[in-house]
Design a protein around this ligand. Structure first.
Ligand SMILES: Nc1ncnc2c1ncn2[C@@H]1O[C@H](COP(=O)(O)OP(=O)(O)OP(=O)(O)O)[C@@H](O)[C@H]1O
Ligand SMILES: [Mg+2]
Length: 353
């Protein structure tokens, strides 16, 4: 078990900068999720930690050891990929036990350890099966068991659940979280699925274009986004981001007027408000910040997602599941400034008020 530390790590492919000046300190036993859109540098970062890719600059530490010049096999980290890369001609027991065979662990001892790990991931009834005789979720657990049996200093998991169907993903997600808690092994986990990130992580590092935009607990990332990118990336449906201007603390755009932003003056502003923080009011309610016709109303089960246009932007409201409005019916919206965020459209950074 160990911490994993990256200091000013850069990765260039020719002239292209895939990862730039990355600083990240993953604590011992921590579950850290790297979250970001396709191409932001997540896999590249993992591959540098594992030693499969050489850092162009910067230092990588596992525990107290600088590992930049260490071959992958000496770094003692176990990687689990999106494609599980099982040996097709070996059965489950042999696949799981493979790392021990390499280490020349005697067969009896190996069998005992494989059984113990297989039980942990509920594969003990399937030890004789070949990978092609397994479901996706079972294969995924074989890959996981093969990583666990190594008792590595850290797990590096790159979108390990992305091949599974939605239901199985949710199930495996809970299993993974429980397992990490039990094993207490430092884990770095890559995903572009923000719900996976929020549910699994102790801390989330939100990456965009090769840099970490924000690092924090899921709560901090959700409640205290520092940039427009983080605000728009986290949340489902995502935060409403409405362009406009702020003059003496009053935000305006076509049709929308929200007071309460202190003394802020910002000619190019973006107002951010989560769907659950916009409230439906009567069209005649004098306290409404805006009145508009309903564009659509979708019942999701636990709530109704109502959308209306504010200028050229659709605003989504998470309303009560019993909301009964019809398309084209005019409704009022109320936005509480103390639940809203302001961003500077130029710098993309949040503006406090
Ligand atoms: N070997 C390579 N040569 C050139 N460019 C590369 C190479 N590997 C990755 N890149 C580029 O570096 C950037 C980051 O790639 P990376 O695989 O780390 O993204 P990612 O965040 O894992 O994305 P995804 O979610 O799609 O897996 C991408 O723009 C990619 O095209
Ligand atoms: Mg990737």
């Amino acid at each position: 078990m160990a911490s994993v530390t990256l200091k000013d790590v850069v990765k260039k492919f020719g002239q292209f900068v895939a990862v730039s000046d990355l600083d990240l300190a993953v604590k011992d036993k921590e579950f850290l999720v790297l979250l970001g859109p396709s191409g932001c540098g997540k896999t590249t970062t993992m591959r540098m930690i594992a030693g499969l890719e050489e850092a162009t600059a910067g230092d990588i530490f596992i525990g107290n050891d600088r590992v930049n010049d260490l071959l992958p096999k000496y770094r003692d980290v176990a990687m689990v990929f999106q494609s599980y890369a099982l040996y097709p001609h070996l059965n489950v027991e042999e696949n799981i036990g493979y790392p021990l065979k390499i280490r020349k662990v005697p067969p009896d001892e190996r069998r005992r350890l494989v059984l113990a790990v297989a039980r942990r991931v509920e594969l003990d009834g399937l030890l004789d099966r070949l990978p092609r005789e397994l479901s996706g979720g079972q294969r995924q657990r074989v890959a996981l068991a093969r990583a666990i049996i190594r008792t590595p200093k850290a797990f590096l998991m790159d979108e390990p659940l992305s091949n599974l169907d939605a239901k199985l993903r949710v199930q495996m997600r809970a299993q993974l979280k429980h397992l990490q808690h039990e094993l207490q092994v430092t884990t770095i986990y890559v995903t572009h699925d923000q719900i996976e990130a929020m549910t699994l992580a102790h801390r989330v590092a939100v990456m965009n274009k090769g840099v970490i935009e924000q690092l924090g607990t899921p709560k901090e990332i959700y409640n205290d986004p520092r940039t427009l990118f983080v605000a728009g990336f986290i949340g489902s449906p995502p935060m409403n981001l409405i362009g406009g201007a702020v003059t003496s603390g009053v935000f305006t755009n076509d049709g929308l007027r929200v007071e309460g932003f202190g003394q802020v003056d910002l000619p190019r502003a973006v107002l951010g408000i989560r769907p659950e923080d916009v409230h439906v009011a009567d069209a005649t309610d004098p306290r409404a910040d805006m009145v508009a016709p309903i564009y659509s109303a979708e019942l999701t089960g636990e709530s109704t997602l109502v959308s209306v246009y504010a200028g050229d932007r659709l605003v989504t409201i998470r309303a009560d599941k019993n909301f009964a409005g019809e398309i084209d019916q005019r409704i009022g919206l109320r936005i509480a400034a103390d639940r809203a965020f302001l961003f500077d459209a130029e710098s993309q950074r949040r503006v406090d008020f």
